[in-house]
Write a protein that binds this ligand. Structure first.
Ligand SMILES: NC(=O)c1ccc[n+]([C@@H]2O[C@H](COP(=O)([O-])OP(=O)(O)OC[C@H]3O[C@@H](n4cnc5c(N)ncnc54)[C@H](OP(=O)(O)O)[C@@H]3O)[C@@H](O)[C@H]2O)c1
Length: 304
């Protein structure tokens, strides 16, 4: 079984429906080296996961370099992956010496400088997709748009998008751009359904833009001891037989991917077997009543 592919929008890139998330790749002890990262990349390719999601800030600004080093480990990786990265979060660190406190910076100058650095660290000539990581309330949308258009016209990025934008923020930035924004990368999971209610996914559906979902397993929270997580896992147990014994992680991901905006899912596990079990999610067609069973288990009540 291989992961299916999807276009993010009519003008957007084609990605694997499950992307490999790199936020936590350096979190393990001992710290993974290039060969360890390469093993995960190899597993991804074997499964048809060709899209890598990263960001400037991940791992204390060190993950992009680790991904770049992993990509040089095998000639099989050359041109095999689509690379998504993000920028616009500055946290006091050796990397961001002028930052006195954590803040957002989606100014044109910062976005361009960050992309130029990402290209070097990741070892690619162009990014398949670049996202503004968080809305920056201090920067006018016109200014952010100028940076994105500059990056597109120079060929440093092939497509532009945003992450964690509200519906209004997405519409405003879009209205300032000549080129389309091709996705909004947002948190969607059974423990946090905000994007279903606040118009974020509705707008994506309306515009024919597929969102990219982060933390589809609630960052691991679905496997914790909270009453909500236990209720959800009990509901998985009751429906599992209808989905060829799919694991909790695959069912949780399938619940997210079943939304009519058709989110792509970014897997966050460092374990090869867990990355593999995510693949099933892209093939599950969740039944309407099972979807609502999980909604009810998450909310702890029937539909209103
Ligand atoms: N745009 C944004 O603002 C934003 C924010 C956050 C994340 N992201 C992206 O989304 C990706 C995924 O986010 P995420 O890491 O929060 O995703 P996630 O898949 O919800 O959570 C991954 C975590 O769950 C754990 N986990 C998975 N299966 C488990 C199981 N069966 N039992 C116990 N724990 C389990 C993993 O541990 P193991 O490694 O041990 O399996 C890992 O720590 C990130 O890598 C990043 O690329 C984007």
């Amino acid at each position: 079984m291989s992961v299916k592919r999807a276009k993010l929008s009519c003008d957007g890139p084609e990605f694997s429906e499950i992307a490999f998330g790199t936020w936590r790749i350096l979190d393990e002890t001992p710290r993974p080296g290039p060969a360890d990262v390469a093993k995960r990349l190899e597993k991804c390719l074997e499964l048809g996961i060709t899209t890598i999601d990263t960001a400037e800030i991940y791992g204390g600004y060190e993950v992009e370099a680790a991904v770049g080093a992993g990509l040089t480990e095998s000639s099989d990786f050359t041109d095999a992956f689509e690379i998504v990265t993000k920028a616009g979060i500055d946290v006091p660190s050796d990397e961001k010496k002028s930052a006195r406190l954590p803040h957002y910076n989606a100014s044109s100058e910062n976005l361009v400088a960050c992309v130029e650095k990402s290209l070097k660290l990741l070892g690619v000539d162009a990014l398949d997709l670049f996202l503004v990581h968080r809305p920056d309330w201090f920067t006018p949308a016109e200014e952010t748009a100028k940076g994105l258009e500059n990056l597109l016209s120079s060929g440093k990025i092939k497509h532009a998008g945003v992450s964690n934008y509200t519906r209004d923020q997405f519409e405003l930035l879009s209205s300032c751009m000549d080129s389309p924004l091709v996705t909004n990368q947002v948190e969607i999971n059974l423990l946090n359904m905000d994007a279903l209610y606040d118009g974020t996914l509705t707008l994506c559906e309306q515009l024919g833009i597929r969102p990219m979902a982060w933390s589809v397993l609630g960052g691991g929270g679905l496997f914790g001891d909270s009453e909500q997580a236990v209720r959800i896992r009990n509901a998985f147990d009751e429906m599992r037989d209808r989905y060829d014994g799919a694991g909790d992680d695959a069912l949780a991901t399938a619940w997210v991917m079943a939304h009519p905006s058709r989110p792509l899912s970014i897997t966050g596990s460092n374990k090869l077997e867990r990355i593999e079990s995510q693949v099933a999610a892209a093939h599950i067609e969740m039944d309407r009543q099972d979807w609502y069973t999980l909604w009810s288990a998450a909310k702890g009540c029937p539909i209103p």
